[in-house]
Design a protein around this ligand. Sequence first.
Ligand code: URA
Length: 202
Amino acid sequence: MVDLIPDKKTQLEQIAEEARALTASPLYEYRIQNNYHMVFGEGDPDAAILLIGEAPGEWEAKKGQPFVGASGRMLNELLAGIGLARDKVYITNVVKDRPPANRDPNKAEIELYTPFLLRQIEVIQPQVIATLGRFAMDFIFATFDMPQQGEKISALHGKVLTAQTPYGEIAVVPLFHPAVALYNQSQKQTLVEDFQALKRFV
Ligand code: URA
């Protein structure tokens, strides 16, 4: 029998290609004008752990990779703290293009990129999704119709929740965004401790 389903890496590349070609995106013109790249995501397509941030910043848009600026360095440090190399997880964002002047992504932008993130999740089928910041947390709560919808990240960070997905039950761990730790030592300590919740999936 010939295997007609492409491997995960190829499937992800195909989805990235579609997202890149999406001229209807409200952020497409801004990307082209600034010589930016779309930031689809990177890492191990077979990863047990999927990390989801908000949207690329300037460095990310320049390089076409998620979390490669100051927040990225913080994220790498947090991952190293639980003995996890960055290339052993998969890292992406809710929104795949940089919003102007680092503003929050708006509803139209989130909606446009939603099917792409859902397809990434479907291909990777992670055992745990760690959300970085409230945008990704709200997105995952709504997507999997989780009972925690509407609750605040300050009450849920570091907890291991469960979600029912089309491919079975998975864990969801809401985390603060690594950017909050850049200038605040006590927030950093909280993140260091919360990352411990991911250790059991390493
Ligand atoms: N912040 C995010 O949410 N994502 C990135 O890729 C970089 C910074």
